[in-house]
Design a protein around this ligand. Structure first.
Ligand SMILES: *[C@@H]1O[C@H](CO)[C@@H](O)[C@H](O)[C@H]1NC(C)=O
Ligand SMILES: *[C@@H]1O[C@H](CO)[C@@H](O)[C@H](O)[C@H]1NC(C)=O
Length: 403
């Protein structure tokens, strides 16, 4: 990781001088640097910021698009949809592709009250009632805690604010993982869900095809120790690197375009057909948005064990924390909300065989849909040119059925 980052930095300094004249569309650079709230307002949609406190003291920021751009601000009750982002990402994920393409805008225009969560540790949720993010104890969480604490807190908050009894839940990648965690460890939350749509679902991960993940997975156990030694409890913090990579390094005309595209897609799979490279600086301006190194380690454990289970502390500490030598598996039988899985053949992280295992394990899966495009990959679920036609239209049709 460290080597990779240094490489990015070196390259970006080299191309920097060359670069400044190359940016043709100032709107792209602006979108790369605006926060979610300002970005949404720029496109003339209403937006609100909300603060949510978790049981264990984290302060999360939520973003809400209460209605579509043209809709009147009346008292009409709109169905509520909750969107949860993937790993290293944030609420921005749902709006980066702009109106007409970003799922949050599409849902708002379809008549929904759209609420976007932000997991602890990302750009918008770096606060705690007593611990500072500079302290390593701020970062001792995995996606387990996001599912166990953050999601329930945010869902309860949204239900309280909107006074609806239930909401729709749409999530991408890790946003689905935390849903399985919540509904299996706190089954009472199943009753608060009208329908759940998993875009690139991740629970079982034994069949991940990403070469980078496969290369580092054998070192998962030592990885956290190494991170600790380096003082890196936070994985790839958003900041200088991000800015350089997003704005200076990845411009369309730059000779480094291909390399840049490769770096990002090395982890997630590759689909040049569906990726609008003009928009790449915007994506990279908002990602990585912060995550703990333990989130990666926990995913690495899923890959190594082939099981969907809690964080493995090593048998000695496991015995103390869980009462068993091995971490307990998440109880998929406890999941009861109506679930729809959307997956793709060429997805290196949410592979068809792992999605199949999830489908067999969760009895409340109502539908399982393969994206009808061969090259479609992991990130395409949120960034593809044709995501609306290929996935979102179907999601919205199904949701209407539950309203
Ligand atoms: C790519 O993005 C640019 C800038 O938003 C836009 O003008 C262009 O039409 C997009 N291309 C495709 C194929 O969607
Ligand atoms: C798993 O959940 C089911 C359904 O709620 C329950 O009957 C069962 O006892 C649970 N199993 C474990 C090991 O907790």
């Amino acid at each position: 990781m460290i080597i990779r980052i240094s490489v990015i930095l070196c390259f970006s300094i080299l191309v920097k001088a060359d670069f400044e004249e190359r940016v043709t569309d100032p709107g792209i650079l602006e979108d790369a640097s605006l926060d979610t709230f300002t970005l949404i307002r720029k496109y003339e949609y209403p937006c609100e910021i909300h603060r949510v406190y978790t049981e264990d003291g984290y302060i999360l920021e939520m973003h809400r698009i209460p209605r579509g751009a043209g809709a009147r601000n009346d008292d009409s009750v709109r169905p509520v949809v909750f969107l949860q982002h993937g790993l290293l990402s944030s609420s921005a994920e749902w709006v980066l592709m702009r109106p007409g393409k970003g799922l949050a805008y599409i849902l708002a225009d379809a008549g929904y009250d759209v609420w976007m969560g932000n997991a602890r540790g990302n750009t918008y949720s770096r606060n705690h009632v007593s611990i500072k993010p500079t302290s390593s104890s701020f970062w001792t969480f995995s996606w387990h805690e996001i599912g166990y604490y953050d999601l329930p807190a945010m869902i309860d908050y949204v239900i309280k604010q909107t006074k609806v009894p239930k909401l729709h839940y749409v999530a991408f990648s890790q946003g689905t993982t935390v849903f399985w965690v919540m509904t299996s460890t706190r089954p009472e939350y199943n009753e608060k869900i009208l329908s759940m749509h998993a875009l690139a679902p991740v629970a079982f991960a034994g069949n991940i095809r990403s070469p980078l993940i496969r290369a580092i997975a054998p070192f998962t156990d030592t990885l956290e120790v190494v991170f600790k030694m380096l003082g890196a409890n936070e994985f790839l913090p958003n900041g200088k690197i991000n800015e350089l990579a997003g704005q200076r390094f990845c411009t369309e005309e730059a000779i480094t375009q291909l390399l840049c595209t490769n770096l990002l897609f090395l982890i997630c799979g590759f689909d040049e057909q569906q990726l609008n490279t003009t928009m790449l600086p915007i994506v990279l301006g908002h990602t990585p948005a912060g995550a703990s190194s333990r989130q990666f380690v926990h995913f690495g454990q899923l890959y190594n064990s082939g099981q969907f289970r809690q964080f493995d502390h090593g048998w000695f500490k496991n015995k103390r924390v869980y009462g068993t030598r091995k971490p307990p598996a998440y109880n998929l039988s406890a999941i009861e909300a109506p679930i729809f899985l959307h997956y793709a053949e060429n997805d290196w992280l949410s592979t068809p065989s792992d999605v199949d295992k999830l489908w067999k394990g969760v009895k409340s899966v109502v539908g399982k849909f393969k994206v009808p495009l061969k090259g479609f990959n992991h990130l395409d679920f949120v960034f593809a040119n044709d995501a609306k036609e290929l996935i979102y239209d179907r999601v919205i049709n199904i949701m209407a059925y539950f309203n």
